[in-house]
Design a binder for this molecule. Structure first.
Ligand code: HEC
Ligand code: HEC
Ligand code: HEC
Length: 288
């Protein structure tokens, strides 16, 4: 009999490799299913966004910080101390608004660095300003890493919770989620009838879907004052596709023609709108 014995060295290596692999697997939350903690912004941020505020005040402060800090950097590189100082003063004023607007975020603000910036600005000291700005920018980066994406999702994605769509009788107003479930049921009924060679039923459900899409279209106007976004998803082209589908469904069974039209519908209507609107609604719900 032939017996294999691993030399001491390679069994040690094997143990090391396995240990490293194991720790990689358990440390990776995506593999182990461990939860990652997300930091939510403080509630006081809400007062700087719609609907509590008329304008998106916080976002505009951020744009201002972006522009003014770029101006400071630009003039400091050009060696134009006077212009640099003019912008640095505006920048510092805006940066100091952060803890006044959201007191819970005071610890995110680098007060020492902004004081250094103000002192260097008063002396028109270019390299002092550059150094201070570099430090302040670390605070921008740190807060953004923790809170930016989440704040955008919570405060700036479209809010569908109060949007209503006309129900089947043309009178009742129902919420989006309930409406979507009924639209989905009709689509599935259409698919089943088409697969099982019931052309009359398939056409009935296709007409039902077409009617519902036209009620859905009316809901877009509550947010979109311009026609284009609605047209892209629920425009004449979509309703032509529906008419053609209702026509070709006269032929029983899973024909190539009806299959292509249904695929087009799924992709250009449901898929397109969901990638803009449904995903953000889902993320927002998770965060609240
Ligand atoms: C505004 C554009 C829009 C269009 C067009 C659209 N949807 Fe939706 N859909 C949404 C939104 C927004 C939600 C999330 C609603 C919620 O969870 O409150 C959603 C949710 C859903 C859901 C999940 C409902 C649940 O149980 O939570 C289904 C299923 C669905 N849609 C099916 C469809 C199908 C099928 C089509 C195409 C025939 C379609 N949708 C077209 C916006 C759209
Ligand atoms: C205390 C937290 C905090 C600090 C500090 C902070 N920001 Fe922000 N910033 C945010 C949040 C939250 C958003 C997301 C706002 C939104 O999407 O409505 C944001 C967004 C921005 C945006 C918009 C970017 C985009 O994706 O459109 C710019 C520009 C910006 N910040 C610049 C800065 C600069 C420059 C600094 C530092 C001088 C800074 N911010 C410091 C929290 C912070
Ligand atoms: C609750 C308000 C709201 C409703 C209702 C709504 N949208 Fe939107 N939509 C927005 C906002 C806000 C944006 C900008 C992107 C974002 O923040 O999600 C947007 C972006 C879009 C875009 C991408 C931008 C563009 O101009 O092409 C399309 C397409 C779109 N919506 C289609 C629709 C359609 C179709 C409907 C109705 C079935 C609809 N939306 C209903 C608020 C809404």
């Amino acid at each position: 009999m032939h017996k294999i014995t691993l030399p001491k060295f390679s069994s040690l290596l094997l143990v090391i490799v396995l240990t490293v692999l194991f720790s990689l697997i358990t440390a990776n939350p995506a593999i182990s299913g461990e939860k990652r903690e997300l930091s939510l912004p403080p509630d006081s941020l809400a007062q700087w966004y719609k609907p509590q505020n008329k304008r998106q005040v916080w976002l505009h402060l951020m744009f201002r910080l972006g522009e003014t800090s770029q101006a400071v950097a630009l003039y400091s590189e050009k060696g134009d101390a006077a212009s640099m100082a003019r912008w640095a003063t505006i920048f510092a004023e805006n940066y100091r608004r952060i803890p006044k607007m959201v007191p819970e975020w005071a610890q995110q603000v680098d007060f020492a660095a902004v004081e250094l910036l103000e002192k260097a600005t008063a002396k028109k000291d270019i390299s002092g300003v550059q150094k201070a700005l570099k430090k302040i920018r670390q605070s921008c980066k740190s807060c953004h890493g923790e809170f930016k994406a989440i704040s955008t999702a919570i405060y700036r994605s479209a809010d569908f919770s109060k949007v209503k769509v006309k129900g089947e009788n043309g009178i009742d107003l129902i919420n989006y989620r309930t409406f979507m479930k009924s639209l989905h049921r009709d689509i599935n009924n259409l698919k089943i009838a088409r697969a099982d060679l019931h052309p009359d039923e398939a056409r009935h459900f296709a007409k039902q879907v077409s009617k519902k899409l036209s009620s859905l279209k009316d809901s877009c106007i509550s947010c979109h004052k311009d026609k284009e976004p609605t047209q892209r998803i629920l425009g004449d082209k979509t309703f032509n596709t529906m008419d053609r589908l209702i026509e070709v469904l006269k032929e029983p069974g899973k024909t190539k023609k009806s299959g292509r039209l249904m695929g087009e519908l799924g992709y250009t209507v449901c898929g397109r709108c969901h990638s803009i609107h449904r995903n953000t609604v889902a993320i927002k719900r998770l965060l609240q």
